[in-house]
Ligand binder design. Structure first.
Ligand SMILES: O=C[C@H](O)COP(=O)(O)O
Length: 251
């Protein structure tokens, strides 16, 4: 059985003080980690506060990005090795905002996945098509190609343990959620792709999130779909009450 994983992606919001206040407000009201994993992925400058505030609670912690080298002359980058040292459980890679604004390529994302595994931090690999690609009905080819590139060279065990987030770009921050059927269709395609590339076991174990205007009003319907194992949530993860409603969607 796959444990559902609901993750907040704070993007470029929140400072260390706000991070501590947020965690204090949620940490005693989270579900058992075996029932639903509740995760916050925060900006690099907030991670120390996040890790300290979340210590001893059911809140899992993660980063929003990392580089594919542990150290060196790479001004401004974030080391996956240091993320591990700071206690990070997860790291998002390949978010469409990183691909779009910061020109990250499929190859970069594959290198980042390997670097995170080398440091025992679980990658959350994002994929998803633009509105133009969907209107041309090429979304499946697009996403399958992103997944193949991101997973290249990873072992079946690694793939079984990671998280994939399907986030159609047209649904991010727009209030326009993909229908639960559209989300399920693509998440199933991703699972089938993992089965083709690896095996049944990897496909049955890999967790696949949907992201794009997930909120307390639609989370139940999305989570009821058989191939949707979680949500990657931007705007609705920024307020404690809303985050708590999301992670406690089973109640
Ligand atoms: O990573 C999260 C996604 O980009 C979704 O953001 P959103 O929930 O604000 O639409």
């Amino acid at each position: 059985m796959r444990t559902p994983i609901i993750a907040g992606n704070w993007k470029l919001h929140m400072n260390p003080e706000q991070t501590k206040e947020f965690v204090a407000a949620v940490k005693d009201k989270l579900p058992e980690a075996s029932k639903v994993e509740a995760l916050i992925c925060a900006p690099a400058v907030d991670l120390e506060s996040l890790a300290q505030a979340a210590a001893g609670s059911n809140l899992r912690v993660g980063a929003e990005n990392a580089y594919f080298e542990d150290e060196g002359a790479f001004t401004g980058e974030t080391s996956p090795k240091v993320l591990k040292e700071m206690g990070m459980n997860y790291c998002i890679i390949g978010h469409s905002e990183r691909r779009g604004y910061f020109h990250e390529t499929d190859e970069d994302i594959n290198k980042k996945a390997k670097a995170l595994f080398a440091n025992d931090v679980t990658p959350i690999i994002c994929c998803g098509e633009s509105l133009e690609t969907r209107e041309a009905n090429k979304q499946e080819d697009w996403v399958v190609s992103q997944i193949k590139a991101a997973l290249a060279g990873l072992s079946a065990d690694q793939v079984a343990s990671l998280v994939i987030a399907y986030e159609p770009i047209w649904a991010i921050g727009t209030g326009k959620t993909a229908s639960s059927d559209q989300a399920e269709e693509m998440c199933k395609t991703i699972r089938d792709t993992v089965k083709d590339l690896y095996n049944e076991e990897a496909a049955e174990n890999v967790r696949i999130q949907y992201g794009g205007s997930v909120n307390p009003g639609n989370v139940k319907e999305l989570m009821a779909k058989p191939d949707i194992d979680g949500g990657l949530v931007g705007g609705a993860s920024l307020k404690p009450d809303s985050f708590l409603e999301l992670v406690n969607y089973q109640d």
